[in-house]
Design a protein around this ligand. Structure first.
Ligand SMILES: Nc1ncnc2c1ncn2[C@@H]1O[C@H](COP(=O)(O)OP(=O)(O)O)[C@@H](O)[C@H]1O
Ligand SMILES: [Mg+2]
Length: 313
C-alpha cells in the first residue's frame, strides 16, 4: 500500500501468486457493468477458476443481488450452480472525509488481501459514479472492461466530438480518471492495465449513427490506449436472467426455467464467449490445469452447491 498524489493506491509488487484483477467500470449508469461482471464471473467459474467478486456499488448493489438470486435459485431448485466468493460494501461513501476514506480503504484492503492469494481472478463491479473506491479499484486493475451503450451519449464520458466533422475534440472525465489510475499503477508496481471497451446493446440494424460511433471510438482508442472487444447485442433475455441469477452461459434446460434454451439464448451465449475470448485473460496452461483439476474434483465430489457466504462490511 502507499499513497500517490491525492489517491491511496495498492502496491501489488510484493504479491506472489496473486489473482488477476478485472474491474468493470464506466461512469455512466446503465451501460452494462453489472451484466458484464456477472457474465465474466460465471464464465471463469465454468472454466474451473476460483473467482472472488466484489460489489463496490454501495447504493444499487445489483451484483450482490444477482449473486444472491443465483444462490436462492440453486437452493430452491436443488441445482448445482457455480458461485463466486462474494464481498459487498454497505455504506455509501461518496463524501471524501479522510476518516471515511480510511475506513473504506481498510475494508477494501481486507477483502482484497483475503482473496488475492487464494483465487485466480477477482472481479470488481463499480458504481456509475466517481467514488473514492472506484478510483482505488481502477488503480489496481489488470484488466478494465468498460461496457458502453451504442450511443453518443455514452461516448461522451470518454471523449467529446466535433458535431460537424465528428473529430475528437477532447477527452472526458472518466477517461482522465483511467489515465491517472494507469499512471499510478505504473508508478507503484510497474503494472500494466489492459483497457477494453465493449459496445453493449448493439442493434442488429446497421445505421449511420453506429458507423459514425464506431469510427469515433476507433480514433479515441488510439489516443487513450484502449482496445475494442466484440460487442453484445440488445436482447431481452439479458434482462430476464437477473431474478434467477442466471446468465447466457448457463444451460437453461437444466435450470428449471420455463421455455428452456432458445435460439436467442444460444446466440447470446456465443456473443458472450466471443467477448470473453477477446478479453485475453490469463488462462495459461498452469492456470487451466489447476482449474480443470478443480472441476473434476467438484464433479466427483457430488457435493451440494458450494455456497460461500463471505460478506465484508
Ligand atoms: N445487451 C443487453 N440487452 C438488453 N438489456 C441489457 C443488455 N445489457 C444490459 N441490459 C440491461 O440494461 C440495464 C442496465 O444494465 P446494468 O448491467 O445494470 O448496467 P450498469 O451496471 O452499468 O448500471 C439492466 O436493466 C440490464 O438488464
Ligand atoms: Mg451496476
Amino acid at each position: 500500500m502507499g499513497t500517490y498524489g491525492e489517491y491511496a493506491v495498492f502496491d501489488r509488487s510484493k504479491r506472489g501468486n496473486s489473482a488477476h484483477v478485472i474491474v468493470s467500470g464506466n461512469e455512466k449508469g446503465g451501460s452494462g457493468k453489472t451484466t458484464t461482471s456477472m457474465h465474466v464471473i460465471v464464465s471463469l467459474l465454468k472454466s474451473g477458476f476460483k473467482v472472488a467478486s466484489i460489489d463496490l456499488d454501495t447504493r444499487q448493489k445489483s451484483l450482490t443481488r444477482y449473486v444472491q438470486n443465483r444462490r436462492n435459485w440453486a437452493q430452491t431448485n436443488e441445482l448445482k450452480l457455480e458461485m463466486p466468493n462474494h464481498f459487498r460494501f454497505d455504506l455509501a461513501r461518496v463524501d471524501s472525509t479522510i476518516e471515511a476514506q480510511s475506513k473504506d480503504f481498510s475494508n477494501f484492503e481486507r477483502a482484497v488481501s483475503e482473496v488475492q492469494d487464494t483465487h485466480d481472478f477477482v472481479v470488481i463491479d463499480t458504481p456509475g459514479s466517481d467514488t473514492y473506491l472506484t478510483r482505488l479499484s481502477h488503480s489496481m486493475a489488470d484488466t478494465l472492461i468498460t461496457p458502453m451503450n451504442d450511443s453518443f451519449i455514452d461516448f461522451d464520458v470518454l471523449g467529446r466530438v466535433d458535431p460537424k466533422t465528428l473529430e475528437i475534440a477532447g477527452i472526458s472525465h472518466y477517461a482522465v480518471m483511467v489515465r491517472e489510475a494507469r499512471r499510478q499503477r505504473r508508478h507503484v508496481d510497474n503494472g500494466l492495465l489492459d483497457w477494453v471497451v465493449v459496445r453493449n446493446r448493439m442493434s442488429s440494424l446497421n445505421s449511420r449513427n453506429q458507423e459514425n460511433l464506431h469510427g469515433c471510438i476507433k480514433e479515441l482508442s488510439l489516443r487513450l490506449g484502449f482496445r475494442m472487444a466484440e460487442g453484445i447485442s440488445e436482447r431481452v433475455i439479458f434482462r430476464e436472467y437477473f431474478p434467477m441469477g442466471l446468465t447466457a452461459l448457463d444451460d437453461l434446460s437444466d435450470m428449471k426455467v420455463e421455455g428452456r434454451t432458445s435460439i436467442s439464448h444460444l446466440s447470446a451465449r456465443q456473443e458472450v464467449r466471443k467477448l470473453i475470448r477477446s478479453l485475453r485473460l490469463p488462462v495459461d496452461d498452469k492456470g487451466r490445469k489447476r482449474a480443470e483439476a478443480r472441476v473434476t474434483w467438484l464433479e466427483r465430489s457430488n457435493k451440494p452447491v458450494d455456497m460461500p457466504d463471505i460478506f465484508a462490511d
